[in-house]
Design a protein around this ligand. Structure first.
Ligand code: URP
Ligand code: ZN
Ligand code: ZN
Ligand code: ZN
Length: 531
C-alpha cells in the first residue's frame, strides 16, 4: 500500500497555518497532505477519523527530569526522582508528547567530572527500561574544568548530538561564579552549543532563608517568600550581561515571574538572541497554592514546592499570559521533576524528623506539626524542589490558554512543538506536519464532543502519588498520540511500549543566526576574543 496510516477530517495545525485536510503516513513519515484520498488509496489501510478535531505535531517537551538519583539530585537537595524513562515517557505520550529532552547531570563528585561518562551513564539508564517517546539529553555542567570543556564538548556535539547545556546561578552544589559561567558559555559558543540558564540569585535566596528560619518561618509556604520575583529578575539581568559579553544565545529555563519576563523582554528589544521558557505551574498555581492543604503550615504543601516558585498572584499570571502571546516566551515545557509524597526521599524529606510510614499516613497531623515547629526541626529549604507535569502540560495549555482564546492554535503548536524543535536542533524532523517530517501527531477530541472532567492523580501515568492539578477541570485531552506512524495512545489507553522511543541526535539551534567566528558584532565588548 501507498500508506500505512491515514488520518481523515483533520484540522491540521502548524505554527503558521490551520488547514482542513487528510494526512497520509508511510514508513513513519508524513507522506502527503491532501483534500481527500481515493477509494484505492484507502483500501486496506488503517484509518483514523479525526472528526474535524485539531491535529497537531506531537509535543516536544524540552525540560524533563528523569532518573536523577539521590547523588545527582535535580538541584543538589537530594531527593529521589520518582520517574525513570519508562514511567516518565509513558506519562508523556498519554498527554500528547512524543519527544522529551531530559537532563544528564554532571556533579562535583570526582567520578562525574567527565561529561562523556555522565552522558553514557544516563543513556544506560534510558536503555535499561526503554522509552515510550523519543528522547535526547541536555548536559548540566556544574564545573569549569578547561580540559573537559575543550576535549569533550566537541565530542558531545558530534557523537551524541547534544547541542545544549544547562548552567545554574543557584543551588549550593550546582551554582557557578560569574567567571566560571563565562568559561562555560565561551566554550559552549565555540561548539555551537546553546546555553540554558537557571536564573535565581543563590545568595539572595540564602540570605532570605536565614532570615525566615530565624523567625521560625520554615513551613513550605515560606519557600515562595525566600524567592520573590526580584531573585529571578536579578539573576536574569546578570546572565544577559554575561551572554552579551560572550555573544552567545541563551535560553532562560522555567521563567516564573512577570519581573523575570520583563528582563527577558528588555534584552530581546535590544536585539539580543535571548530566549525564554515558561511552564504550566506559573499559569495554574500561585503563592496561595503553597498553603492550600489543611492549614498554611501543613507540610503536605511541600507538594507544590518548585523553583522558581509559582508567581505571587493572578495579576502576575496575566502578565505571563501576555508573554505567551507576544513572543517573549519561546517555548512552553513541563519542568517535570517528580518526587513522591509517600516516600522518605521524596517531598517530606528533611522536613519531618520521623519518616512518614508508607501506609496510611498521608499528611502531617496537628500535634506532630506543632511539635515540629516548636523544635524547629526541618525547613522548606530541605524539601526537594520540583513538581510533576509531563502529562498535563498540553491539556493545561489547551484548557487555560487555547480554549479561553488567550493564544491561537498556531501559537499553541509553536510553543509546545515547533519552537522547542527549532531551538534544540530537531526541526523539521520534529515540530511540524509536512511531507518528510516524522509522523508524530497529537489528535484532540472535537471540542463539541468532549465532556469537561476533573483530574485525579489516578488518571495519570507517572510514578508520582499526587498531581498539583488534582481537581482541576480540563476541557480537552489528547485522543490519539502517534509516534513515527505508530499509535501509542488511543481513547484513554496506552498502546505503545517502552522500546518504541529512540535516541535523538540533535543539531545546533535553528533559531539564532549562526554564531560562528565571523558573525561577531564588533560593537560588542568581547569581539576581540574571537579574532
Ligand atoms: O523546582 C524545580 N524546577 N526543580 C527542577 C530542577 C530545576 O532547577 O529545573
Ligand atoms: Zn532549573
Ligand atoms: Zn527543571
Ligand atoms: Zn496536614
Amino acid at each position: 500500500a501507498k500508506f500505512d496510516l491515514i488520518i481523515l477530517n483533520s484540522k491540521v495545525v502548524t505554527a503558521s497555518d490551520i488547514s482542513t485536510c487528510c494526512i497520509g503516513i508511510k514508513s513513519g513519515k508524513i507522506r502527503t497532505l491532501v483534500d481527500e484520498f481515493t477509494a484505492d488509496e484507502l483500501q486496506g489501510v488503517e484509518v483514523i477519523d479525526a472528526e474535524g478535531a485539531y491535529v497537531m505535531p506531537g509535543g516536544v517537551d524540552a525540560h524533563v527530569h528523569l532518573c536523577q538519583d539521590l547523588k545527582t539530585g535535580p538541584h543538589g537537595l537530594g531527593g529521589e526522582c520518582a520517574d525513570n524513562f519508562e514511567t516518565g515517557s509513558r506519562s508523556a505520550v498519554a498527554g500528547g508528547t512524543t519527544t522529551m529532552i531530559t537532563f544528564a547531570t554532571q556533579t562535583r563528585a570526582e567520578e562525574d567530572r567527565s561529561l562523556l561518562s555522565v552522558v553514557e551513564a544516563y543513556n544506560a539508564r534510558a536503555e535499561a527500561t526503554g522509552s515510550y517517546a523519543d528522547y535526547g539529553f541536555h548536559i548540566i555542567i556544574v564545573r569549569n574544568d578547561a580540559d573537559v570543556l575543550e576535549n569533550e564538548l566537541p565530542i558531545l556535539m558530534k557523537d551524541w548530538g547534544i547541542s545544549s547545556c544547562k548552567l545554574f546561578l543557584t543551588y549550593e552544589t550546582q551554582k557557578m561564579t560569574d567567571s566560571q559561567l563565562l568559561d562555560v558559555m565561551f566554550a559552549a559558543r565555540k561548539n555551537l552549543i546553546t546555553t540554558m540558564v537557571h536564573a535565581e540569585n543563590g545568595d539572595m535566596i540564602r540570605w532570605l532563608t536565614d532570615k525566615l528560619e530565624s523567625k521560625g518561618m520554615v513551613a513550605p509556604y515560606y519557600h515562595a517568600l525566600s524567592r520573590p520575583p526580584l531573585v529571578e529578575a536579578e539573576a536574569t539581568n546578570r546572565a544577559i550581561a554575561l551572554a552579551h559579553l560572550i555573544q552567545n544565545p541563551i535560553l532562560f529555563v522555567h521563567v516564573g515571574s512577570a519581573l523575570g519576563a520583563a528582563s527577558v523582554r528588555k534584552a530581546q528589544t535590544m536585539g539580543l538572541p535571548i530566549y525564554a521558557e515558561t511552564c504550566p505551574q506559573y499559569f495554574h498555581l500561585t503563592w496561595n497554592d503553597l498553603k492550600r492543604f489543611h492549614s498554611p503550615t501543613c507540610f503536605e504543601n511541600s507538594k507544590m514546592i518548585c523553583s522558581p516558585p509559582p508567581p505571587p498572584d493572578a495579576s502576575d499570571q496575566e502578565d505571563l499570559f501576555t508573554g505567551l502571546q507576544n513572543g517573549t516566551f519561546t517555548i512552553y515545557s513541563s519542568d517535570h521533576c517528580p518526587f513522591r509524597y509517600d516516600h522518605p526521599n521524596g517531598k517530606p524529606s528533611g522536613v519531618l524528623e520521623h519518616k512518614p510510614s508508607m501506609e496510611g499516613e498521608k499528611h502531617c497531623h496537628g500535634d506532630e506539626l506543632q511539635d515540629l515547629l516548636k523544635r524547629k526541626k526541618g525547613s522548606f529549604k530541605l524539601i526537594p524542589n520540583g513538581i510533576p507535569g509531563v502529562e498535563t502540560r498540553l491539556p493545561l495549555l489547551y484548557t487555560g490558554a487555547l480554549a479561553t482564546g488567550r493564544i491561537t492554535p498556531q501559537k499553541f503548536v509553536e510553543l509546545t512543538s515547533t519552537n522547542p524543535a527549532k531551538l534544540y536542533g530537531l526541526y523539521p524532523t520534529k515540530g511540524t506536519i509536512m511531507p518528510g517530517s516524522d509522523a508524530d501527531l497529537v489528535i484532540w477530541h472535537p471540542d463539541t464532543e468532549f465532556t469537561p472532567f476533573r483530574l485525579t492523580n489516578s488518571m495519570l501515568h507517572h510514578n508520582v502519588d499526587y498531581t498539583p492539578y488534582e481537581g482541576t477541570e480540563f476541557v480537552n485531552w489528547p485522543k490519539y498520540t502517534i509516534l513515527r506512524g505508530n499509535i501509542v495512545w488511543a481513547n484513554g489507553k496506552l498502546q505503545g511500549k517502552p522500546g518504541d522511543g529512540k535516541y535523538l541526535k540533535r543539531g545546533p539551534s535553528q533559531l539564532s543566526r549562526s554564531f560562528s567566528k565571523t558573525s561577531v558584532d564588533p560593537r560588542y565588548v568581547a569581539s576581540w576574543l574571537y579574532e
